[in-house]
Design a protein around this ligand. Structure first.
Ligand code: DX5
Ligand code: ZN
Length: 217
C-alpha cells in the first residue's frame, strides 16, 4: 500500500483548527487525538470539536481515542463521519463489539497498543481491525522521543498481518519525524502520524512531502 501521512492536530493551533487543516491539503488524513484526562494524563477535545472539524475540512479524519470508555463513545465518532476511529486495547472492555460498531457506522476500525502492550494476544482480533496502531511513545503528549524499543513489535505485527491476508494498515504514532520514519517504514509501518514534525515545521506542506519521500522505499 502507498505510504499515508496523518498529521496530528495536537501540535496545531487549537484556536484556528480549520485554518490549520487547510495548511495540509496534501495530508491523507487529519489525526485527531481525543484525550479524557483518565486514560492519559491530558485533556484535549471531544465529539463537538470533531463534528465542527468535519464540516470545516474535506480531509478524512482519523480519530485516536485515548479515553477510558471507548466502547461507550467510539460509535458516535464513526456516526458523526470520522473516516477512521481507533480504540485502545488497554481501555476497551468489549473490543470485538466496538470494532464492529465502528465498521457498521461506515468508518475504518482502528485498534491501538501502548508501547508495553504485546501484539500476539490480539492476533485473533485482526479480522475485526482495519488499522492497527502501535504507539511509539507513551500516549498523552506530542513532542516526545521516539521509542526504538517498539521496532521489533512493528516487525512482528507486519508478519501477523501478512499471515492474515495483509489487508490491515499498520500505523505508528509518537516521535515520528525525519530522523525516525525510515526505521518505522523499514519495519513495516505504512501509515505515519506526525504532530510536531509537521505542525512544528515552518512549512507543514513541505514537511509532509519530505516525510512521505523518506517513508517511500
Ligand atoms: C500522543 C498522540 C500523538 C501525538 C504525536 O499521545 O497520540 O498523536 O500528537 O505527536 P508527535 O508526532 O509530536 O510525537
Ligand atoms: Zn495520536
Amino acid at each position: 500500500m502507498a505510504v499515508q501521512i496523518s498529521p496530528s492536530i495536537l501540535s496545531a493551533d487549537f484556536a484556528r483548527l480549520a485554518d490549520e487543516a487547510a495548511r495540509v491539503p496534501n495530508a491523507d488524513w487529519l489525526h485527531v487525538d481525543v484525550m479524557d484526562n483518565h486514560f492519559v494524563p491530558n485533556l484535549t477535545l471531544g465529539l463537538p470539536v470533531v463534528e465542527a472539524l468535519l464540516k470545516a475540512t474535506s480531509t478524512p479524519i482519523d480519530c485516536h481515542l485515548m479515553i477510558e470508555d471507548p466502547d461507550r463513545w467510539a460509535p458516535a465518532y464513526a456516526e458523526a463521519g470520522a473516516g477512521s476511529v481507533t480504540i485502545h486495547a488497554e481501555a476497551a472492555k468489549a473490543p470485538v463489539r466496538t470494532l464492529r460498531q465502528i465498521r457498521a457506522a461506515g468508518a475504518r476500525s482502528g485498534f491501538a497498543l501502548n508501547p508495553a502492550t504485546a501484539v500476539e494476544p490480539y492476533e485473533d482480533l485482526l479480522p475485526e481491525i482495519d488499522m492497527l496502531l502501535l504507539m511509539t511513545v507513551e500516549p498523552g503528549f506530542g513532542g516526545q522521543k521516539f521509542l526504538d524499543v517498539v521496532l521489533p513489535k512493528i516487525r512482528r505485527a507486519r508478519e501477523l498481518i501478512a499471515k492474515h491476508g495483509g489487508q490491515v494498515w499498520l500505523q505508528v504514532d509518537g516521535g515520528v519525524a525525519a530522523d525516525t520514519i525510515e526505521r518505522c517504514a523499514e519495519a513495516g509501518a505504512d501509515v505515519f502520524v506526525a504532530g510536531s514534525a509537521v505542525y512544528g515545521a515552518a512549512d507543514p506542506y513541505t514537511a509532509i512531502e519530505h516525510l512521505r519521500s523518506l517513508a517511500t522505499t
